[in-house]
Design a protein around this ligand. Structure first.
Ligand SMILES: [Zn+2]
Length: 516
């Protein structure tokens, strides 16, 4: 009885002492994050000066080196850890012009890893796809592409996003447009399927049949926004053209005008290059083998500069690390910052890390990942960990209202199976969470598009997130208890009708874009 009382008194003192220090540290984190924010400078250096970070490009490597020198300036040790190799490629000048029936320079971008046309480029007539009853009809028609540049995307009936129609159209004409578009899309998909190919594999068939180029327009349903991915051809140029220019070319061809374009796309094949994660560390003083991991993928697609995917997650974690190093330089647990490579091709950097460092994964206290745009964090799920409510709840308590008042929590939630790098850790049973943000029209306007650039960053929201991340990290480091990994019983999967199963770790692709 007496012993119990003494223990309670001791605990009470610990709690009081703990919360006073907690308040001081939290205040200091907030002050540093607001009064000495480095976010704008970091964004400038990473996005404008360095550029996009497509795996296998020299810009990806220079960004890794930049991260290391940035950490060095702050007194944080960091290294590039190689996990694989990738097809090395350097983007060059893309210049696409219509040369007949009149001259116009077009808004176009070469697709990733596509070979060079050389300076001379390729000039040829355009051809659109007729309708095919079946694969036999396709095979019969296929020789028509010889010497031609093939238009492989559907003609969009409108270049205005839905919100714009909603604001200005009559209800009837908006409905009419949507019905028409739905039906065009259905017919288009059926037609591609009739060929026996997918919209992805068909480019190789055109190439084999002697086409000299591929043009597509992958509209992202926002003004001026196109998604820019990879080419899927071996030798011939493949470019994405803006909706506006693509539509013009398509109508010219369909009306029988002699329509020719010239594609100059001067990229460079750099053979096979090593590929990395940048890992920074602030060593723990009390439990050095336990880790709080700040996580954000470092790579991007390269139609824009990868500002919101995932420049904003990247600078959030850099800034949180900087603040912590200044305010809380001797954390109880080790703070590890993971800037993963090749997330975009299948979480390859983080999956490699999980596979190569089982001892770190075993010591994970928590992973905080951010990767869905520039917005304030508004959702936090327990990812299926039964007791996530206890510890995340405890940590959130220390966060001032302004940084968390919009956060909706879901406990225990269900384990993430993909989407971003936290899933690599969740699959291995380590408590990993997604700091999920407000959209700011992410899916239509910036996600993998040509418009994913510095100007789309909402710095006040990113500042909010950096401060939130720093506080959660501090609390996770200080927590007297190691987090529980007990998994919740998963419900019935509505699709399969079977009891849900926990995801299992998947092996990364470690040799990207190479013939194996
Ligand atoms: Zn991303």
């Amino acid at each position: 009885m007496k012993k119990g009382l003494l223990a309670s008194i001791c605990l009470l003192f610990t709690i009081i002492g703990f919360s006073q220090t907690t308040k001081e540290i939290v205040d200091a984190i907030e002050k540093e994050g607001i009064e000495n924010s480095q976010l704008e400078q970091l964004a400038y250096e990473l996005l404008d000066l360095n550029g996009p970070r497509l795996v296998g490009t020299p810009e990806m490597k220079s960004a890794h080196d930049w991260a290391i020198s940035t950490y060095k300036k702050w007194g944080i040790s960091a290294e590039n850890q190689q996990w694989g190799t990738w097809k090395g490629w350097q983007r060059g000048i893309t210049h696409v012009d219509m040369v007949s029936p009149r001259v116009a320079s077009l808004h176009a971008t070469q697709l990733a890893w596509n070979p060079s046309t050389g300076k001379k480029g390729v000039t040829a007539s355009l051809i659109t796809l007729p309708s095919f009853s079946d694969s036999l009809a396709f095979v019969k028609w296929l020789p028509n592409v010889k010497g031609k540049i093939v238009m492989v995307s559907m003609l969009q009936p409108t270049g205005r996003p839905n919100e714009n129609w909603e604001e200005y159209a009559t209800k009837e004409s908006f409905e009419k447009m949507k019905t028409e578009r739905d039906s065009l899309e259905k017919i288009w998909r059926q037609n591609i399927s009739n060929t026996g190919y997918t919209s992805r594999s068909i480019n190789a068939a055109f190439e084999k049949a002697g086409a000299v180029g591929i043009v597509q327009s992958r509209w992202s349903e926002g003004f001026g926004a196109n998604k820019i991915f990879s080419a899927g051809t071996e030798k011939i140029p493949a470019v994405d053209i803006s909706l506006e220019d693509y539509g013009m070319l398509y109508r010219l061809v369909e009306h029988g005008a002699d329509t020719k374009i010239k594609i100059v796309a001067e990229s460079e094949d750099l053979g096979v290059v090593p590929t990395f994660n940048t890992i920074a560390t602030i060593p723990g003083t009390e439990f050095p083998d336990e880790y709080v991991i700040l996580s954000a993928h470092f790579d991007s697609w390269d139609g824009g500069t990868g500002a919101t995917d995932n420049g904003t997650g990247t600078i959030t974690m850099l800034e949180a690390a900087r603040i912590l190093k200044k305010v809380y330089p001797n954390p109880k647990r080790t703070i590890l910052i993971g800037h993963w490579g090749s997330e975009e091709q299948g979480l390859n950097g983080s999956r490699s890390f999980v596979e190569d460092h089982p001892e770190i994964v075993a010591g994970v206290q928590a992973v905080f990942n951010q990767d869905n745009g520039t917005g304030r964090v508004v959702r936090l799920s327990g990812q299926g960990f039964l007791h996530a409510y206890d510890y995340l709840g405890r940590w959130l308590e220390a966060v001032p209202e302004t940084y968390k008042n919009e956060i909706e929590t879901t406990f225990p939630g269900s384990p993430g199976r993909g989407g971003s790098d936290y899933a690599s850790f969740v699959a291995a049973g380590a408590p990993a969470f997604s700091l999920s943000s407000l959209s700011w029209d992410y899916w239509n306007y910036t996600w993998h598009t040509n418009l994913d650039t510095y100007d789309k960053i909402v710095f006040d929201d990113v500042r909010n997130n950096a401060i939130l991340t720093a506080i959660l990290t501090y609390m996770a480091c200080e927590d007297p208890e190691k987090t529980s990994r007990e998994k919740a019983v998963l419900g019935i999967n509505p699709r399969s009708g079977k009891k849900g199963e926990w995801p299992t770790p998947r092996s990364p692709q470690r040799k990207g874009g190479q013939d194996e």
